[in-house]
Design a protein around this ligand. Structure first.
Ligand SMILES: Nc1ncnc2c1ncn2[C@@H]1O[C@H](COP(=O)(O)OP(=O)(O)OP(=O)(O)O)[C@@H](O)[C@H]1O
Length: 232
């Protein structure tokens, strides 16, 4: 579904990502782990061709090189981003967040109403400003806003940040449900604690380079890798 080849990313003169190569297969959930500042957000921004960073290399999505597409065309081609920190719009209501980006899907259309069925917590607050919601509700809205673009690939940037354990569980359950619906997931995260509940494969990024790729079971059993790169 996605092939990233020889991706190098730069903020001005500073190189952040070095020769990144990996593939995502349809319907798998892959977690990219890395400590603070290792380049995880930069990787997602590069896939979306958001500026900054500047990128070199190729990114193929469903056999199309999207690396030079503007971000809105990448979104249209079927990649949805749930950004770090949610980045909701202070002037928009919950409902407006969902209607503004709704783009009709081919089969199983994610409408604002379907998002409300998934997250009744935010349905009750549809006329409130998005930024007035609790942290957990804001994360649900941020996921909903990406879903109404009807993505086949969803990029999640540390979606559990600042959430209570019970809400984190709900987000993890939601991601598993989306996988059942056929959505491919690329999730970047600092901590590996929940990984066996959701991931098929794990990639570790260290100072902008991929230093490890394995299936989840192999990763869980590999204490050396965990302590070397994640300090756990
Ligand atoms: N706009 C920017 N301009 C210059 N440097 C940046 C910019 N954004 C990020 N960086 C630098 O790029 C590096 C990678 O940052 P990035 O946000 O991708 O890391 P991360 O792994 O997502 O970290 P975190 O877990 O803290 O979100 C860091 O050294 C950061 O300081």
């Amino acid at each position: 579904m996605l092939q990233v080849e020889n991706l190098n990313s730069f903020y001005g003169q500073s190189q952040i990502l070095y020769d990144i190569n990996f593939e995502l297969y349809k319907n798998e959930t892959v977690i990219v782990l890395g400590r603070n500042g290792m380049g995880k957000t930069t990787l997602l921004r590069s896939i979306m061709n958001m500026n900054p960073p500047d990128n070199e290399g190729s990114i193929n999505f469903k056999n199309l090189d999207i690396s030079k597409f503007p971000s809105y065309d990448i979104a249209k081609s079927g990649i949805g981003l749930v950004p770090q920190g949610r980045r909701l719009f202070p002037s928009l209501s919950v409902y407006e967040h969902l209607t503004m980006t709704h783009r009709k899907g081919e089969n199983n259309d994610w409408t604002p109403e379907k998002v409300f069925d998934l997250f009744p917590e935010i349905a009750r607050r549809k006329n409130n400003k998005g930024t007035d919601l609790s942290g957990g509700e804001q994360q649900m809205l941020a996921i909903g806003r990406a879903l109404v673009t009807n993505p086949s690939l969803l990029l999640l940037d540390e979606p559990l940040e600042g959430l209570a354990p019970v809400i984190s569980e709900k987000v993890i359950d939601t991601v598993n449900l989306l996988k059942e619906e056929g959505i491919t997931i690329l999730w970047v995260e600092q901590k590996a604690v929940f990984i066996e509940k959701v991931a098929d494969r794990v990639i570790i990024i260290e100072k902008g380079e991929i230093v490890y790729q394995a299936n989840t079971q192999e990763f869980i059993e590999n204490k050396e890798v965990k302590s070397e790169y994640l300090g756990v």
